[in-house]
Design a protein around this ligand. Sequence first.
Ligand code: PEP
Ligand code: MN
Length: 338
Amino acid sequence: MLIVMDSHASAAQADAVCKEVTAMGLTAHPMPGAQRTAIGITGNKRAVDASRIEQMPGVARVIHVTAPYKLVSREFHEEDTLVNINGVKIGGNNFAIMAGPCAIESAEQIDEIAGILKKQGAHILRGGAFKPRTSPYSFQGLGEDGLKLLQAAGKKHGMPVVTEAIDKETLDLVVRYTDIVQIGARNMQNFSLLRHAGRCGKPILLKRGMSATLEELLMAAEYIVNEGNADVILCERGVRTFADHTRNTLDLSAIPFVQRNCHLPIIADPSHGTGRRDKVIPLSCASVAAGADGLMIEVHTHPDSALSDGPQSLFPGQFEDLVKQVTAIANVVGRKLN
Ligand code: PEP
Ligand code: MN
């Protein structure tokens, strides 16, 4: 349920409504806007009798939110959420590119690629220190040492960093070194991790599970926002289909769906979305044209010897081309590159 206050309503009137909501055993989420204040209500197990609230001074109307997700829905919050990471903005008209290797492999590797990517126009540096791998025998990441290397490379080359936490223990570590915490596809419905992420104090990049519906993705985001963390960036990274010409099928229609129904920014990851280097530039262009708020791209100086996801990693020269092409498309669709 959403209570919309009259544009002339006083702060005291909004306060009284919140108190009444709390007295009904529900949770009030005041959302002051440019024109008027709205108050979201969660916690109702069944339909709430809104007549008492409708009569209160300053209340313009009460809207029943039909979507199962509440705090992340457009019905609750009309304007786009803008996530600001140390001056790099994602959401609204702002477009940002996250790039870097799948995994941090050494100090030299992450430092070299960070220097190249910064010059080529990347805004945020990515790199995994805790890798969720299909095989326990595959490279699992450098752990805390990797986090230190990523943080140092980000600082040296002037880019915020994003890296994945795979459980509660790694989340506690990751928040000490990163600017954005990534929750990966395999953990999208790890509800306990989502709750912790909602309390960790850092913006979250939430990737769509490989067989998750968009309602499930938005419900996962709801877990994070419900813990008080409104800085959530969603990521379409491809889903499993019968297709065998790609690793996954990048679901571009997810972008306009999410933007219509949810106020959080959504970026696309054509690297994991296709799994093949030759498809990353065309699908990046298509993602921007479809309205994505940003991109996540894997780049490696020596993809053929990469310890993780080499076949989908771009060579730096290809990343340079990608930035040129998506910049041109971003201009056409009214996006502002950071
Ligand atoms: C990654 O970004 O390296 C990653 C493992 O992504 P996903 O969770 O989308 O597979
Ligand atoms: Mn990867």
